[in-house]
Design a protein around this ligand. Structure first.
Ligand code: UD1
Length: 418
């Protein structure tokens, strides 16, 4: 079992470029199924979730060539219509293959997806939307049997919550459906815009990306293109938090600060100085961070739930009391116990966490509880005095590509021990 061993308390300084975004790479890979010719995706991060998506593509009959951070997907004319349970259970976002497979193969057999345990993660909105587009869906225990015997057709769909995954599934199902789909209360996340931009580059006709109403005109077929995955705003937020807890001074290049407004304002509130350019952010942190009044996680453009855990680790060493309200997932405070083992003073009640900042954390042996919880431990370990060992890296490796390499580049003392 691998572990990260961090000798904390080193100041982070320097420059780096975050990877492509995991949450964009996964739906983009699912979308390649719809193309009638090869697609090349660049800036694809080396993550276990990406490997799992590639394994699903291969199972579906696509040929996949990987060359560093680029992947060429050669779709097959005949797409398999089933995804085995072990591949579905690897990650929650395997469910975005549903819309793509149903559209391409006319039917889909798969089971409910896996992923981080963040409380109940239903897919009712995905299924309801696909049913409105003509899919017949039967749930049989954990299995889903979906068919569109007459093909999918456009529909007027209103999501009761702007679910990222449901919006992606509707997009993937609608681009080749007959007629127009109008999706209201769609998610507005930058990753949705990235998916729409890619699909449009392949010949889809989608309007309204980044707004709450999406208009999708079905087309006959999609043609492959070369496309670069957008930068990972959550990985960027994690590195900024790691620099902030060490009174550091780092510059991140190749990212879109406009995607990070809610997170960047939290760093400013904590007393950091930011120099924001179109594609870069420089953060200079004070000797001691200040408290952050109230952070509420919300759908984009609100504060992202995925940045909640690493930012909580940052507030754990700020002066004063910070309050966090988690509005997206029911159970996203599992990392708190581990932070407390490192000396943090955090109390949770329901959706609220109250963080009393302490002057410093101490090293401890801790375990990742989920993907972003692992990121919180990374930030805490960088801040702590002494040695922190982080285990159960399978969670962290789903969303962070070799973070120890990038953090070492910035001056951290961090090693992976296998
Ligand atoms: C995506 C991201 C994840 C992020 C989340 C919220 C990917 C691969 N994952 O997850 O990192 O934390 O957005 O920004 O992009 N819900 C329902 N019914 C549904 C679908 C969702 O009740 O059919 C609920 C969920 O339980 C959750 C909330 O809606 O409470 C948000 O979920 P959603 O936006 O769908 O997140 P994901 O797409 O799973």
């Amino acid at each position: 079992m691998s572990k990260l061993v961090i000798n904390g308390g080193r100041r982070l300084e320097g420059e780096l470029t975050p990877h492509g975004a995991k949450n964009s790479a996964l739906p983009l890979l699912a979308a390649t199924v719809l193309s009638s010719s090869p697609v090349i995706l660049d800036r694809l991060p080396m993550l276990t979730d990406v490997e799992a998506s590639v394994a699903i593509l291969t199972h579906l009959g696509c040929t996949v060539h990987r060359d560093g951070n680029s992947v060429e997907v050669i779709p097959s004319a005949e797409c398999a219509n089933s995804i085995p349970e072990h591949l579905m259970r690897e990650m929650r976002s395997s469910i975005v293959f549903l819309g793509a497979v149903l559209a391409k193969a006319g039917s889909a057999r798969l089971c409910f997806p896996g992923g981080c345990e963040l409380g109940p993660r239903p897919i009712d909105l995905h299924l309801q939307a696909l049913r409105q587009m003509g899919a017949e869906i039967r749930e049989d225990g954990c299995a889903l049997h979906c068919a569109a015997p007459k093909g999918l057709h456009g529909a007027r769909i209103a999501l009761s919550f702007p679910s990222v995954g449901a919006t992606e599934n509707v997009l993937l199902a609608a681009v080749l459906a007959k007629g127009q789909t109008v999706l209201s209360n769609a998610a507005k996340e930058p990753e949705i815009i990235d998916l729409c931009t890619f699909l449009n580059a392949c010949g889809a006709r989608i309007c309204g990306a980044g707004e709450s109403v999406l208009y999708i005109e079905g087309v006959e077929r999609l043609i492959g293109c070369r496309y670069s995955v957008m930068p990972d705003r959550i990985e960027a937020a994690t590195f900024l938090a790691a620099a902030a807890v060490t009174a550091g001074d780092i510059t991140l290049h190749g990212l879109k600060p406009s995607h990070m407004t809610a997170v960047l304002s939290v760093f400013e509130e904590a007393g950091c100085t930011l120099h924001i350019r179109e594609n870069s952010v420089r953060l200079k942190a004070p000797a001691r961070l200040s408290r952050v009044g109230l952070i509420r996680t919300m759908p984009y453009p609100g504060f992202p739930t995925d940045a909640q855990a690493p930012i909580m680790a940052m507030t754990a060493v700020a002066s004063g009391t910070s309050v966090i309200i988690e509005n997206i997932f029911d159970s996203r405070y599992k990392h708190v116990c581990e932070l407390v083992r490192m000396g943090a003073n955090i109390k949770t009640e329901g959706r609220m966490a109250v963080v009393e900042g302490v002057p410093c954390l101490h090293g401890a042996s801790v375990c990742c509880t989920d993907l972003r919880g692992g990121a919180a431990l990374l930030v805490a370990g960088i801040a702590a005095q002494g040695v922190t060992q982080i285990g159960r890296l399978c969670h962290l490796d789903r969303g962070y590509a070799y973070p120890e390499k990038l953090l070492t580049q910035l001056g951290a003392d961090i090693k992976r021990i296998n």
